[in-house]
Design a protein around this ligand. Structure first.
Ligand code: CMC
Length: 440
């Protein structure tokens, strides 16, 4: 079905500027907020709209993911995240996100086979890794190697060829786990472990991270399931910063590997995917439940840049449904690895309970988000904090490639080119008014 056809034009908004009325069409969504179409406003009224941070702007039409932030609902292609986390697996979710429907058994088997055929990396990429410093953050390697894939897989760069587009999405998803595991191995000075295609996506990732030439890592089904659930929960989240970055990069016609590398960069920031690492580091800094009030006070202080990491969300004004699922997995994983009373988990739960009773957090509707508990689970599985955002990036390749595919196939897609409110200097004459001070 062609995008754009589904827009249900029902009413119009009226905008009056200097006594002139402009009728702006309103389109209804299937669920959630409607949108006002302002795309003709500049040509009709010679004015722009202003919305830094896009707090009231829908940047595209999409059929992939739905979020109801007030109710705490997240759905991929119509399926509740809880259902998918309990009943599906990551590769089935990738297939669902990209193709729009759940695959049947035969389709899924074929798709899993296609993905596993792409887990290996070109041998020369190993040389590429040697160029990084050993103390490089694994996300730095993720950004670099993801972009470098465009130089190795030149037969899947033509965005106008449907087969090449699909091949690129499969390569990105499959190779992201291998790149992520190699970044980890490189950072700890161990040799790379080749993928094993007889394993599931999540088992294989654990195998590539934790096996070594001296001993085979015994994959625990419970930890593999926890890993898989983490991948499912992070797979997509509609038009967040990194996904919008992928779409904006792709809107110029850039190749898919370059676009996903742009998404990885955007994800790295502590306000986005980097929050899982930051949340665990914050818990370690708080150290003990007796210090919670001091840190809550810091978080509420307008003059202090400190924020409670893993708390708050642009869209959720209720408990993040992903955090709810992770909180319940957390206990099981800790028990399984033999951590009876994890002081960090106790601290996290105490912090949550104190913050949720605090007037500031209640009024601003700040709840734990996906990054609050994920770090505790990943640490129990054996990952250092630097790997948390890498794992988020591996999972999000599913959403990024699905959103990139949807955008590329959208007949009304055009290059993204926001405008600005210019507040700089007016025309100056070169050479006049040159500063006499040497302060810079
Ligand atoms: N701790 C203390 N105060 C907060 C927090 C927090 N974690 N989050 C928001 N606030 C305050 C904020 O200072 C602002 O106060 P005021 O109205 O007085 O100016 C108010 O709540 C609204 O916040 P905002 O920053 O305008 O909200 P936003 O939608 O721009 O930002 C956010 C959302 C996620 C960036 C922000 O809540 C935050 O920085 N949280 C901590 C980092 C974090 O956990 N990020 C992960 C997000 S979920 C995973 C992902 O999508 O990557």
């Amino acid at each position: 079905m062609k995008l754009g056809k589904s827009k249900n034009k029902s009413k119009a908004a009226k905008l009056i500027i200097d006594n002139k009325t402009y009728n702006l069409p309103i389109y209804n969504s299937t669920e959630g907020e409607s949108v006002i179409d302002i795309s003709k406003l500049h040509s009709q009224a010679n004015i722009f709209t202003y919305d830094p941070g896009f707090t009231s702007t829908a940047s595209c039409e999409s059929k992939i993911t739905f979020i109801d932030g007030e109710k705490g609902i997240l759905r991929y292609r119509g399926y509740d995240i809880e259902d998918l986390a309990n009943k599906s697996d990551f590769i089935e979710v990738v297939n669902l996100l990209i193709y729009g429907d759940l695959p049947n058994k035969k389709q899924l088997k074929k798709y899993k086979n296609l993905i596993s055929r792409h887990t290996l990396l070109h041998e020369q990429i190993i040389n590429f890794f040697q160029g990084f410093r050993r103390d490089a953050h694994p996300m730095a390697m993720m950004v670099g190697v993801m972009g470098a894939l465009s130089s190795f897989y030149q037969d899947s760069l033509d965005i106008n060829d449907a087969h090449q587009r699909q091949e690129a999405t499969r390569r990105i998803v499959a190779k992201s786990a291998t790149i992520g595991a190699m970044s980890y191995k490189y950072s700890i000075g161990q040799s790379f472990v080749s993928p094993k295609n007889s394993l599931s996506f999540s088992e294989n990732f654990l195998h590539m991270c934790f096996s070594n030439s001296a001993e085979n890592y015994k994959i625990s089904p419970l930890l593999a399931k926890a890993m898989d659930t983490i991948f499912i929960l992070h797979a997509d989240h509609e038009q967040n910063a990194s996904t919008s970055t992928v779409r904006l990069a792709g809107s110029s016609g850039a190749n898919p590997f370059a676009c996903i590398a742009a998404g990885v960069s955007s994800l790295w920031g502590p306000a986005h995917g980097g929050a899982n690492q930051a949340a665990l580091e914050m818990l370690e800094e708080i150290g003990s439940s007796k210090n919670i009030h001091k840190f809550i006070k810091k978080a509420k202080n307008k003059n202090d840049p400190f924020k409670l990491m893993g708390f708050g969300h642009r869209v959720y004004k209720n408990y993040d449904p992903r955090a709810k699922i992770l909180k319940s997995i957390c206990q099981k994983v800790l028990k399984h690895v033999g951590i009876k009373n994890d002081p960090i988990l106790k601290l996290a739960m105490d912090l949550e309970s104190i913050a949720l009773k605090d007037k500031y957090f209640i009024e601003k509707k700040l709840y734990p988000n996906v990054d609050f508990y994920s770090g505790i689970i990943l640490r129990a599985i054996g990952f250092p904090p630097e790997m948390f955002t890498v794992i988020f990036a591996i999972a999000r390749t599913a959403g990024w490639t699905a959103q990139w595919t949807e955008m590329t196939e959208d007949p009304i897609q055009k290059i993204g080119r926001p405008r600005q409110l210019y507040t700089g200097k007016k025309s100056l004459i070169y050479g006049k008014n040159r500063s006499k001070k040497n302060t810079r």
